[in-house]
Design a protein around this ligand. Structure first.
Ligand code: RFL
Ligand code: PHB
Length: 393
């Protein structure tokens, strides 16, 4: 049985990009349907990002989903870089007048889903075999299977917000697509534990044994990461070994106060830089991880998804409210200009802070010089701060 439905914007993926786009369009009276391959429980439990730029917080405000974020989000005025056994504080507020907010991606996702459902906006969970059709025409279509039936969704536009492993990117003609990629020779082992954070701000540690990051989700929940080799397995990392390694890599003056406890989540993620161009073709627009990936060192992935959605929502609002398609035509280039700057920053932070495999290489000397420069130069600290808090939209 086949069922046909009509909407203005068909959105593939209920990650932060798809959900935020749906909400912003809804606020402006534009209809959309969100198709998500997974279940609601799965999407709400996925543990990922934690640091929000001020511009991302402003967008969540505009989407009407920032009430809990304002209450529970932790505003951070700075972060620390631990290098050579000492901490260098980067004072975001003093250097840029801006701050970042620590609030988990899981919580943003829950807030966006709750607001979408409260407004009666459709999200189709467990939409299988989503396929894109006729994207070069004014009536692009999505087909998918759900609850034993095949469905067809006729749209004005399609937003591919289905992440790195989604189907949207490959719907752009291969002849016009170009991929730019760097795969790093290490990964991050991440843990979550219900213990107090070791410091009031994040600590990014460069250590001879490898990078470590002390982050948090709340005053009672800590998030830590350790640089690891790509062939390492979670079984190699019992809790005791993780805490011991964190204590060694985060050993600096003044010493962070690491409280240990059972981990409640543990995972290993590879690190990758990736950009696929163009970000649009015909009536298909890509946003977020569907078009680009950054290594997590600069905390930019979710924030980039949000800035893409900012440009795309503005473009669609201009189309529907002012019959002006100029922003739609410019979307890909506008978004990519900011994407490349965030790619540069994330690559730079990654190269600056991780253990490089050849310790005696020219690159390792450059890394040492760069860290020394950062520790001693207000100009270098300002450049880091300006990018970390987020370049303007
Ligand atoms: P998502 O979150 O991957 O969502 C895509 C959604 O699309 C669905 N999907 C499909 N639906 C229908 N049909 C298909 N064929 C589909 N294929 C996929 C998926 O199920 C999913 O629900 O992409 P989106 O929305 O673009 O959001 C991107 C962010 O999730 C990502 O960039 C960040 O999590 C990256 N990231 C961080 N970003 C930050 O800004 N700050 C951070 O501190 C930060 N830390 C991190 C991170 C990512 C990490 N991992 C695990 C990759 C830390 C880690 C460890
Ligand atoms: C996190 O808290 O998950 C986090 C924070 C900063 C990063 C990456 C991840 O750079």
């Amino acid at each position: 049985m086949s069922q046909r439905q009509r909407t203005q914007v068909g959105i593939i993926g209920a990650g932060p990009a798809g959900l935020l786009l749906a909400r912003l369009l809804e606020v402006h009276g534009i209809e959309s349907v969100v198709l998500e391959a997974r279940t609601r429980d799965y999407v709400e439990a996925r543990i990922r990002a934690g640091v929000l730029e001020q511009g991302t917080v402003a967008l969540l405000e505009e989407a009407g989903v920032a009430e809990r974020l304002r209450r529970e989000g932790l505003v951070h005025d700075g972060a620390e870089i631990a290098t050579g056994g000492r901490r260098v504080r980067i004072d975001f507020r003093a250097l840029t007048g801006k701050t970042v907010t620590v609030y988990g991606q899981t919580e943003i996702t829950k807030d966006l889903i709750a607001a979408r459902l409260a407004a009666g906006g459709p999200i189709v969970w467990e939409a299988k075999d989503v396929a894109l059709h006729d994207i070069e025409t004014a009536r692009p279509r999505l087909t998918y299977d759900h609850a034993g039936a095949t469905h067809e969704l006729v749209c004005d536009f399609i937003a591919g917000c289905d992440g790195f492993h989604g189907v949207s990117r490959s719907a752009l003609p291969a002849s016009s697509r170009q991929a730019f990629e760097r795969v790093y020779p290490f990964g991050w082992l991440g843990i979550l534990a219900d213990v107090a954070p070791c410091s009031s701000e994040l600590i990014y540690a460069h250590h001879d044994r490898g990078f470590a990051l002390a982050s948090m989700r709340s005053p009672t929940r800590s998030r830590y990461y350790i640089q690891c080799d790509l062939d390492e397995k979670l079984e190699d990392w019992p809790d005791e070994r993780i805490w011991q390694e964190l204590k060694v890599r985060l050993d600096c003056e003044p010493p962070p106060n690491i409280t240990t406890g059972p981990t409640i989540e543990k995972s290993i993620a590879p690190l990758r830089s990736f950009v696929s161009t163009p970000m649009q073709h015909g009536r298909l627009f890509l946003a977020g991880d569907a078009a680009h990936i950054v290594p997590p060192t600069g905390a930019k992935g979710l924030n980039l998804a949000a800035s893409d959605v900012h440009y795309l929502s503005r473009a669609l609002i201009a189309y529907y409210k002012k019959q002006d398609d100029s922003l739609c035509r410019a979307y890909g280039d506008t978004a990519l200009a900011r994407v490349w700057k965030a790619e540069r920053f994330s690559w730079w932070m990654t190269t600056l802070l991780h253990k490089l495999h050849k310790k005696t290489s020219f690159e390792a000397q450059m890394q040492r010089a760069e860290l020394d420069y950062l520790a001693s130069s207000r100009a270098a600290q300002t450049a880091l701060a300006e990018n970390y808090v987020g370049l303007p939209f």
